[in-house]
Ligand binder design. Structure first.
Ligand SMILES: Nc1ncnc2c1ncn2[C@@H]1O[C@H](COP(=O)(O)OP(=O)(O)OP(=O)(O)O)[C@@H](O)[C@H]1O
Ligand SMILES: [Mg+2]
Length: 322
């Protein structure tokens, strides 16, 4: 190993909404990288110029970005039509980066595109329709689930996301379009257990670690779904699943292969009415808050040690380095 190997962490205003976190989380990631004996520096950037300058200012062997693109928004992902993608800039500069390729990142951030790639590869996803272009009045599968096509942290998700008829569906699609200024993704409602699967590494050393996600029943309203008010407040619990374990691993592997995921992704899935798992989404830059985020929590369950966070960050860096 080359001792001058330097990881450059990139973050900015959208870091928490889009990727693994804001400046506070970035400092934790940096410290963990350094505890692995690897050099690290941070570039805070809000536009192309700041990123290019920051990268050129010092050593840079590989970039690890918390941003998909520059947005100036910390509250929602809200993909602008003229988004400037970090991966495009890094590809132009011929700088390698941790995580999936730019093409895969773009497929992952829009859930309809992710579903389409997986459906073509016969990976199990819910029935799904994007509005627009589709007219919500033509959708005929109920109960259905309506969510924003490109958000995270359950933004836009409440009990009203589960719709039982055309009127409720049209109202919720309109809500997503006006409140979040984006297309609504309508899916078949998946009523069963929820899982999130951590995938780290590539090829033969890839590790696929499923977690069961639960919330104490009294916190649910009408439906057992992870509403936005249940996220990020310490109410979700992750455990090693007793059911669906092999199915979740096999499904995650096929999804990663279909989408060409790399280094670190997290795949959310739920059980459909038929008892089989379907993928809800693949997170291309999963959260890395030391205690709260699901990747560190799952890793700690499968690799208990004094400092599983440092081990997780080390595993991701090692996977990306080879
Ligand atoms: N088709 C569905 N049927 C039932 N519940 C669903 C469905 N899609 C999403 N949900 C619920 O909404 C939550 C958020 O959905 P999803 O994981 O697609 O979006 P997200 O906000 O991007 O999440 P993340 O923060 O993990 O990126 C899920 O964890 C799940 O509880
Ligand atoms: Mg999710």
């Amino acid at each position: 190993m080359n001792d001058d190997f330097t990881v450059v962490l990139v973050t900015g205003e959208g870091g928490d909404a889009q990727g693994w976190g804001n400046m506070e989380v970035t400092n934790h990631v940096k410290a963990a990288i350094e505890r692995n004996g690897v050099r690290c520096r941070i570039v805070l950037a809000e536009n192309r110029e700041e990123l290019v300058n920051g990268l050129q200012k010092g050593a840079c062997s590989i970039v690890w970005s918390s941003l998909y693109f520059f947005s100036g928004r910390g509250d929602i992902v809200g993909i602008p039509a003229d988004a400037e993608w970090i991966s495009d800039i890094l590809d132009e500069m011929k700088i390698p980066y941790i995580g999936p390729s730019g093409k895969t990142m773009k497929n992952l951030i829009e859930k309809f595109d992710t579903h389409e790639v997986m459906a073509r590869a016969l990976v199990s996803v819910p029935k799904h329709t994007l509005c627009p272009p589709a007219d919500p009045a033509t959708i005929d599968y109920f109960p259905a689930f309506v969510k924003p096509n490109g958000e995270s942290r359950s933004v836009g998700i409440s009990d009203r996301s589960v719709v039982q008829n055309t009127k409720e569906l049209i109202d919720q699609v309109r809500f997503i379009q006006t409140e979040l200024q984006q297309a609504a993704l309508v899916e078949e409602y998946l009523p069963g257990r929820e899982y999130t699967v951590l995938v780290i590494g590539n090829g033969k050393t890839r590790e696929i670690l499923p977690g069961r996600v639960t919330v104490e029943a009294s916190h649910y309203g009408k439906y057992p779904i992870l509403r936005s008010d249940l996220r990020g407040v310490g109410l979700t619990h992750i455990s090693i699943p007793t059911e669906h374990r092999e199915e979740a691993v096999a499904l995650a592997a096929r999804a990663c292969d279909a989408l060409h995921c790399e280094d670190h992704v997290r795949i959310d899935m739920r059980e459909g009415a038929d008892g089989k798992l379907r993928i809800m989404e693949v997170n291309g830059i999963p959260g890395l808050k030391p205690v709260k985020s699901w990747s560190p929590q799952i890793y700690a369950l499968y690799h208990p040690s004094d400092d599983p966070y440092t081990a997780l960050i080390g595993a991701i860096i090692s996977a990306a380095r080879v």
